[in-house]
Write a protein that binds this ligand. Structure first.
Ligand SMILES: [Mg+2]
Ligand SMILES: [Zn+2]
Length: 272
């Protein structure tokens, strides 16, 4: 078993688009969305858009059908299944909403592989309209984030801190994301953790500009195939090194681990 918690962002990480934009665009409501965007926070606007689409006669089934067509790279699905098979605990931290994420993951048969989905809550009301609520109720108080770049409804850094509090000390986090909102949790990761920013996306730019603030090991990826390759390599090298450390303890020999430059491979050498 791997002592690893893999935390995935959802939009443009697991799926290859933004689910909010995808639904709005596919249901031909982009113009209204763009008109209203300057007037309210993104998350509140999505709630409003669901109201508009419902008024136009679009059903919850129409929305679900659109979500099932959202692009997802097959290697991402394989990577998620493999990470789960290797014993990793899989979680999602996303600024989408439960209905969108659940519909897509169930459609691809990977919903049950995740132990926790941290996102904006949502439910279908008696009129068949999707209601979306902020993860953090900012009408009562603001979240404790100091970066000033997290949206009012969700600070993923606060979510990561809660995950860290709940997990045992020897476990490591691998965090995978693409967006501005993924920068705050990157700052919370420890030296033994890993951050996987999507290359040429906003979180990658922020990490490049502020890499001295990042304690975790940085491993970039660009597409689904590269995500799969990098993630599985990180998981496997951790399983090998913890096994060797464990065997070393058992046998009382002098095997120790040396971290090479790229930090991807931990190679055992005999101490002289
Ligand atoms: Mg994203
Ligand atoms: Zn934050």
């Amino acid at each position: 078993m791997a002592d690893i918690v893999v935390v995935f962002d959802f939009d443009k990480t697991i799926i290859d688009c933004d689910s909010d934009n995808w639904v709005v665009d596919e249901l031909h409501a982009t113009e209204l969305f763009n008109q209203l965007l300057p007037t309210m926070p993104w998350n509140s606007l999505m709630g409003r858009m669901m109201e508009e689409l419902h008024a136009q006669g679009k059903t919850i089934e129409d929305i679900a059908e659109v979500l099932k067509r959202a692009p997802i790279h097959p290697s991402i699905i394989s990577a998620i299944k493999a990470a789960h098979d290797l014993g990793c605990d899989l979680k999602i931290v996303s600024d989408a909403n439960v209905f969108f994420i659940e519909t897509i993951l169930k459609h691809h048969g990977i919903w049950e592989l995740f132990s926790e989905i941290n996102t904006n809550s949502s439910f279908v009301d008696e009129e068949g309209r999707l209601r979306i609520f902020p993860h953090h109720d900012f009408t009562k108080s603001s979240h404790a984030c100091s970066t000033k770049i997290c949206p009012p409804n969700m600070c993923k850094g606060v979510v990561i801190e809660k995950i860290q509090e709940s997990m045992s000390k020897e476990k490591k986090i691998i965090y995978i994301g693409d967006g501005t909102g993924d920068f705050c949790p990157s700052l919370k990761l420890k030296q033994t953790d890993y951050i996987m920013p999507r290359k040429n996306f906003p979180v990658w730019d922020l990490i490049c500009q502020n890499h001295k603030l990042i304690k975790a090991d940085i491993h970039e990826w660009y597409d689904g195939q590269e995500l799969q390759h990098v993630l599985l390599q990180l998981i496997n090298s951790n399983i090998i090194s913890s096994k060797e450390q464990h065997d070393g303890d058992d046998n009382g020999d002098s095997t120790q681990l040396v971290t090479v430059d790229c930090k991807l491979h931990k190679i055992p050498v005999s101490a002289h």
